[in-house]
Design a protein around this ligand. Structure first.
Ligand SMILES: Nc1ncnc2c1ncn2[C@@H]1O[C@H](COP(=O)(O)OP(=O)(O)O)[C@@H](O)[C@H]1O
Ligand SMILES: [Mg+2]
Length: 279
């Protein structure tokens, strides 16, 4: 299973729409993605589950908090993922305790911090190998919808991820944000996870008619040519409408340009993750 964190410390850049639509597009290509909502705002949970998580729902917080350096199966990913009727992918919900104050005081205080997520992923991979290969469930991608921060919860996610995808707006501030993010990644690589790499930057929400955007896009292409995805996602009302209706874009309007772009993106993600795994 290849694990990808969708991150950007800015809010509203398209992390959640990218996570959910990319998951649906991977499914379209015959893959079996698992989405993890890592954001206390629970936008992906709302979208995938059709409601907020309650105390009865086992969430990613429960799973990370229960890991104390040993296998606590009850909250292993294999036992707590569920299926989204609305979007047709499997997911693990988030809850409000993923917010910095509660995360830092429970998960961030553990002696095994920040390895909890990494351990859960490894446990899940082992369970996959041990399971009968004829099992219909064999998640080959895990997509983590991260909150808009670079705090301790992100460190945990990055310590256990193979790659990251960064949705970005084409503006000057995003450029600064990306270099900040690169510093964070360098730190994580050095201390916790030397195999972490940037899978790609995804220009999102572009207004293709704007001259300013095409100037900035050129600039991005100059500076980040080695990591930009070939696919970019323009601003499309359909993307927003699909999300508002709780659907993925493939299902909402599979013939649309937006759906085609997410399918292309999924193709690129598969290609790049294969190359990364082989390297
Ligand atoms: N390419 C796009 N076209 C139209 N609307 C978009 C696009 N990307 C994001 N949006 C909308 O912008 C808002 C913020 O996106 P979201 O994925 O929630 O951002 P984040 O998770 O980074 O905070 C949402 O209402 C979403 O539907
Ligand atoms: Mg979000």
């Amino acid at each position: 299973m290849y694990t990808v964190a969708i991150i950007n410390q800015k809010g509203g850049v398209g992390k959640t729409v990218t996570t959910v639509n990319l998951a649906a597009a991977l499914k379209h290509h015959g893959h079996d993605p698992l989405v993890i909502d890592y954001d206390p705002q629970m936008n992906a949970t709302d979208w995938l589950m059709g409601r907020e998580a309650t105390e009865e729902d086992a969430t990613i917080f429960d799973s990370l908090a229960a890991w104390e350096g040993q296998n606590t199966d009850e909250y292993g990913f294999a036992n707590i993922f569920r299926s989204s009727d609305a979007v047709g992918v499997d997911f693990i919900p988030s809850d409000r305790r993923m917010a910095a104050a509660s995360f830092d005081s429970v998960i961030g205080r553990s002696p095994v911090f920040p390895q909890q997520f990494r351990c859960r992923v490894q446990e899940f991979r082992t369970a996959q190998v041990q399971r009968n290969s004829s099992s219909p469930k064999n998640h080959d991608y895990c997509l983590i919808d991260c909150p808009p921060s670079l705090g301790r919860s992100i460190a945990t996610a990055l310590a256990g991820a193979d790659g990251i995808i960064v949705p970005i707006h084409a503006d000057r501030f995003s450029m600064r944000g990306v270099s900040q993010l690169q510093d964070t990644i360098k730190q994580i690589r050095k201390v916790h996870n030397d195999s972490l790499r940037i899978l790609g930057l995804l220009p999102n929400d572009l207004d293709l008619r704007s001259g300013l955007v095409s100037d900035m896009q050129e600039k991005f292409e100059e500076v980040y040519s080695d990591v930009l995805f070939e696919t970019s996602i323009p601003w499309r009302s359909k993307i927003n409408e699909a999300a508002t209706h709780g659907k993925n874009i493939m299902e909402y309007d599979g013939a649309s340009d937006a759906a085609a772009r997410y399918r292309n993106l999924a193709g690129e993600v598969v290609e790049r993750s294969r190359i990364a795994t082989a390297a």
